[in-house]
Ligand binder design. Structure first.
Ligand code: CO
Length: 134
């Protein structure tokens, strides 16, 4: 059911420092920071030949990654995102198998303007999983 790895998201406390590390030390192509107030994050996209890394920093008081950074002050891997062809049939298959979908279970528009859902990390070996319809 899942297809390509769309991105790995890494929460960081200092976005400029993290972007500079990916650009200067790892030699990757990185975007300028993009504020996404609807998601409570500012994002830097790191373009790799086969996937993307998203560096996420909190934006606003109710940022969904603020608590994660409290527990992981050095930052850390926040979620992985897999592509699916049909997000509603993927959701139905996952919930039928006992996986928990976060929120109200309805797809939201994600960072790339495509429908996304997040799956409970306890059901996926401790990893927050995002699925994105492409
Ligand atoms: Co994501």
């Amino acid at each position: 059911m899942i297809g390509r790895l769309n991105h790995v998201a890494i929460a960081v406390a200092d976005l400029d420092k993290a972007a500079a590390m990916y650009r200067d030390t790892l030699g990757a192509v990185v975007s300028a920071p993009i504020a996404q107030p609807a998601h409570g994050v500012t994002v830097v996209f790191v373009e790799l030949p086969n996937t993307k890394i998203e560096l996420l920093a909190p934006l606003g008081a109710a940022s969904p990654i603020a608590r994660f950074l409290e527990r992981n002050p050095d930052g850390g891997m926040h979620h992985v995102c897999y592509e699916v062809d049909d997000i509603l049939s993927a959701r139905d298959r996952l919930t039928a198998a006992g996986a928990r979908v976060l929120g109200d279970g309805e797809p939201k528009t994600g960072a790339h303007g495509k429908p996304v859902l997040f799956l409970h990390p306890k059901d996926f070996h401790g990893t927050l999983v995002e699925i994105e319809q492409v």
